[in-house]
Structures are given as structure tokens and as C-alpha cells.
Design a protein around this ligand. Structure first.
Ligand SMILES: Nc1ncnc2c1ncn2[C@@H]1O[C@H](COP(=O)(O)OP(=O)(O)OP(=O)(O)O)[C@@H](O)[C@H]1O
Length: 236
């Protein structure tokens, strides 16, 4: 597609009419969403509306019961489990509410881990991890165990770990949910600015309007469906 003779990028990641149930609970009903490369998208909505389930489907963690997930021109939901996990390791990055760092390991080990799992050379993995820790002003903490970190520091380590593989998409599920609002805002601003520098797309599930305000666009999930908040405001 072109506008004024210039190519318009197609979506990088898309959910098309996705259904997903847990037993008898239908979490998603014909949920559709499309995200372009480099976009920072916030997914908001009431508790239990299906936000996390949608994020997990987009990231290839869950496969939909019906509907399609497209990533970079390919059907993600049709890939084998092994190919989807490889994609998650090499092309996607993840930041969760409680960081989910490995407490027995040091900060540097945690950041180097995705590279080591991808069979990078040890020296290179630790060099790259060190570069990210410096960028996030955490280099003094690199040999400490993650249990010694504050919530905000732990989330900065989680951001470094998510970015170390240079992912195309970062999936963040309530990344500031365990932080006070000021720390949460700083963590989100950091995530967005680093993602922009790296050209990564970010999809963030959040309850916090201030976190969503850092995004380029917001969508709402209600009763398992995606709605554009501005479109629904116009209808009201
Ligand atoms: N593992 C599970 N087993 C059974 N039901 C589940 C499971 N995970 C989610 N659900 C249900 O699916 C629906 C959607 O859940 P989901 O976690 O996607 O919503 P959410 O919008 O992310 O909620 P929250 O904001 O509270 O995290 C809810 O009714 C929830 O109770």
C-alpha cells in the first residue's frame, strides 16, 4: 500500500478474530489487533477482560482456539512449539510485573542468560550484558544477586535482559504494577526511550493511565474484545 507515492508499512504483528478459552471461561472472543513496526502500544481494560491472554497469544506463548496470529508476514500460530519458542528467545523480549529474574544468579548472569540460552559465546554474552548494564546505570550492581535490588532496579535489570537480544518486539505485562507511581513512570519512560533507540516495537499491558500515556496508541480490551477507546468515546 502507498500514500502519496510513499510505501506505508504493513502490520508487524496482528491478531485476527482470536478466540481463547480456559475451560468454560472464554477469555478472548474474536479479538483483533494490529501493531506496526516501531509502535509503542498500550493495552488497557478492566481486570479479567483478557489483556494478558491477548498478550500471550500475540507472543506465541498460547495458541488461539480460533483465529490467526501473524508476525512479520507469517502465521505465528501455525508454527511448531519449538519454532515458537525459538522466536520468543531470538526475536521477542519480555518484561513482567515482578521482573522474574533468577534470584540465585547475579545481575550480570540474568542479563547474559538469554544470549547464553541462544548459545552465544560466554565472553561475548557477558560483554553485551555489561554494555546494557552500563547503559542502564546498573554496572556497579552487576556482581550482586538480584534479591538485593530495589523494585525499580530489578525492573531495569529486566529491561536490560529483554533488550539484550535486540528483539523486534518487547511484550510487557504490567511492568510497573509492583512499583510506586513515580518509579513506575521512570521505568516506563526508560523502556520506551530505549525501545525507540533500538527500533523495537513495545506492547504493554497496564492498568495505569500514566504508563499508557507514554505509548503512541492505546487500545481497550473489554469482555475479550479489543476496542479503540477513542472510537468508543465517540459513540457514547
Ligand atoms: N489459567 C487460567 N485458568 C482459568 N481461567 C483463567 C486463567 N487465566 C485467566 N483466566 C480467566 O480468563 C479471563 C481473562 O484473564 P486475563 O488474565 O487475560 O485478563 P486480564 O485483563 O489480563 O486481567 P488482569 O488485569 O486482572 O490481569 C478471566 O476471566 C480470568 O479469570
Amino acid at each position: 500500500m502507498t500514500v502519496d507515492g510513499l510505501p506505508v508499512p504493513g502490520p508487524l504483528l496482528e491478531a485476527r478474530s482470536v478466540d481463547r478459552s480456559y475451560g468454560r471461561t472464554q477469555a478472548l472472543r474474536e479479538a483483533s489487533l494490529s501493531v506496526t513496526a516501531g509502535e509503542i502500544l498500550a493495552i488497557m481494560g478492566p481486570s479479567g477482560s483478557g489483556k494478558s491472554t491477548l498478550l500471550h497469544c500475540l507472543a506465541g506463548i498460547f495458541t488461539p482456539d480460533a483465529g490467526e496470529i501473524w508476525f512479520d508476514g507469517r502465521r505465528l500460530d501455525l508454527l511448531s512449539d519449538a519454532r515458537r519458542s525459538e522466536l520468543r528467545r531470538t526475536t521477542f523480549g519480555f518484561v513482567f510485573q515482578f521482573g522474574q529474574l533468577v534470584p540465585e544468579l547475579t545481575v550480570a548472569d540474568n542479563v547474559a542468560l538469554p544470549l547464553l540460552l541462544g548459545r552465544a559465546r560466554r565472553k561475548q554474552a557477558y560483554q553485551r550484558a555489561g554494555g546494557w548494564l552500563k547503559r542502564l546505570e546498573l554496572d556497579e550492581w552487576s556482581e550482586r544477586r538480584t534479591g538485593e535490588l530495589s523494585g525499580g532496579q530489578a525492573q531495569r535489570v529486566a529491561i536490560a535482559r529483554a533488550l539484550v537480544t535486540r528483539p523486534k518486539v518487547i511484550f510487557a505485562d504490567e511492568p510497573t504494577g509492583a512499583l510506586d507511581s513515580l518509579t513506575g513512570e521512570k521505568v516506563m519512560e526508560l523502556l520506551v526511550s530505549l525501545a525507540r533507540q533500538e527500533g523495537a516495537t513495545v506492547i504493554v499491558v497496564t492498568h495505569d493511565a500514566r504508563v499508557a500515556a507514554c505509548a503512541d496508541r492505546e487500545v481497550m480490551v473489554r469482555d475479550g474484545k479489543v476496542t479503540d477507546p477513542y472510537a468508543s468515546a465517540a459513540v457514547r
